[in-house]
Design a protein around this ligand. Structure first.
Ligand SMILES: Cc1ncc(COP(=O)(O)O)c(C=O)c1O
Length: 399
């Protein structure tokens, strides 16, 4: 409650709400299984077990065969900065790296910095400005046998546009390069499928899908084994330990398992729930349900915003193309900068973001710097009534 009314959490793209089961698992770990790893005693064995469980849970979430091909770390940005350094050791002058204007800066600047150190050239994939989607022609025309890596998002954390990762992977592999996917914004909304996507690397972050602050990095097992990480001598040289620098946040990694179990439990919301009770099958059904709930919310929100004079929505607005976007909407209001609009929404009990949310390549490409856009991010826990309240508050700001 805030100022006598229930808070509306539309700030999920910057961090979702967390179920009690996740907080309970973290507490349980700290109180009952608090030790460092690889000891001979019981609490250390328990931590080893809960780490194995987390690798298996993350493998179910990403649809990966080998749980050891997944490393954990503090967050996506730190993992990507470290991994980009290691990957750049395999690049040389004359090599080319492609980043995109649809991305969060965490999947842009690490590659620019790594390329600079290796003497490689960075090219930028453009967006289609009319609907803020990735320009596939721009991608295709810049791929060549010199391309070592393409780094691209699965979903924009600003305007919600999804990209066609399987199609991108085909193009990239045809030219001999590798694909690094940022699935941070995608993860709470749709089912990730590393195997059918055929990407080489993928990152996401548990605090964006109802968990604690833990980053997740997947890499093809043979690459995770053969690339040379920056690591200490006594730390493991096998996967996944060679990529997990320092002592890990065991309690929050246990919380990550609980977050994935929470998503799987949403399978019970599906009316046609089948009997397959494996976690992967439950995640399939849970994401079908999430997709349906969120599609209704986004249609409602977009219809309301489009009826308002003086409001400009960026990204896909056509209801027929709703499947091509996440339920995340960025917009500007004539004559009101995004910080002032977010302040007014906050006074109405609505948590919404403003500025560029680090999607700087995109806000520069859209020309919305320095003030950025207001961002409303729906999650499955939001309701139609909350969208009504939000639309009413925006109408007042416009008036
Ligand atoms: C699309 C996207 N990529 C990357 C990041 C960075 O993630 P982290 O905070 O885990 O470093 C964010 C965070 O907002 C994001 O939305």
């Amino acid at each position: 409650m805030h100022n006598g009314q229930p808070l509306v959490y539309l700030d999920g793209p910057a961090g979702t709400q967390v179920p009690e089961s996740v907080a309970d698992r973290i507490r349980e770990c700290l109180i009952h299984h608090n030790a460092n790893r690889a000891g001979k005693f019981i609490t250390s064995n328990e931590v080893d077990d809960l780490m194995d469980q987390a690798h298996r849970a993350a493998a179910d979430l990403l649809q990966v065969d080998e749980p050891k091909s997944i490393a954990f770390g503090p967050n996506m940005t730190t993992l990507t900065l470290a991994f980009s350094r290691a990957l750049a050791r395999t690049w040389a002058p004359g090599d080319e790296i492609l980043v995109s204007n649809l991305d969060h800066d965490a999947n842009y600047t690490p590659w620019v910095l790594a390329a600079k150190d290796a003497g490689a050239l960075v090219r930028t994939i453009a967006i289609c400005p009319s609907d803020a989607t990735l320009d596939m022609q721009s991608l295709e025309s810049q791929l060549s046998s010199r391309t070592k890596l393409v780094a691209v998002t699965a979903a924009s954390n600003a305007v919600g546009s999804l990209t066609d990762i399987p199609a991108i992977a085909k193009l990239v592999h045809r030219s001999g390069g590798e694909l690094f996917v940022d699935a941070v914004h995608y993860a709470p909304h749709r089912r990730i499928d590393v195997q059918s996507w055929d990407c080489d690397y993928l990152v996401c972050s548990a605090y964006k899908f109802f968990g604690p602050h833990i980053g997740i990095l997947y890499g093809r097992p043979e690459r995770m084994q053969s690339l040379e990480p920056y690591k200490l001598r006594p730390s493991p040289d096998s996967i996944p330990g060679r990529w997990m620098t320092g002592t890990q946040n065991h309690a929050c990694i246990a919380g990550l398992t609980a977050a994935i179990d929470y998503i799987a439990s949403l399978a019970d919301m599906e009316p046609n729930s089948t009997q397959d009770s494996s976690r992967r099958a439950k995640l399939d059904r849970a994401f079908d349900w999430i997709d349906r709930v969120e599609t209704e919310l986004i249609q409602h929100l977009l219809a309301g915003l489009q009826g308002m004079q003086g409001v400009k929505v960026y990204g896909i607005t056509d209801p027929q193309r709703a499947k091509l976007r996440a339920p995340t909407v960025a917009f500007c209001i004539d004559g009101v900068d995004s910080a002032s609009a977010a302040t007014k929404l906050a006074q109405a009990g609505i948590c919404a973001w403003h500025g560029n949310y680090y999607a700087l390549p995109l806000t520069l490409a859209l020309g919305t710097e320095p003030h950025g856009m207001v961002r409303i991010g729906c999650m499955h826990y939001n309701t139609s009534e909350e969208i009504d309240r939000t639309l009413e508050a925006i109408r007042k700001i416009v008036r």
